[in-house]
Design a protein around this ligand. Sequence first.
Ligand code: ZN
Length: 75
Amino acid sequence: MAEALASAAVSTPAGSLSAPLPVRAVLPWALFVGLLMLVALYFVGAEQGATAVFAGEGVHEWVHDGRHLLGFPCH
Ligand SMILES: [Zn+2]
């Protein structure tokens, strides 16, 4: 099975696979996704009480299971 997969990979014509992406093309998207991940991490981990951006418990309740899953202190 592994030999069949290896021969299939070798027999793939060069150039049919996508060309490697230059770092300069990927870097802005990586930074953007990293920023989105930090915002998501904030809302999951710290959106409660004194650090809350939005009043009320709506955001906290919405991400509550993820908060416990990731081990953030809650209640
Ligand atoms: Zn909780």
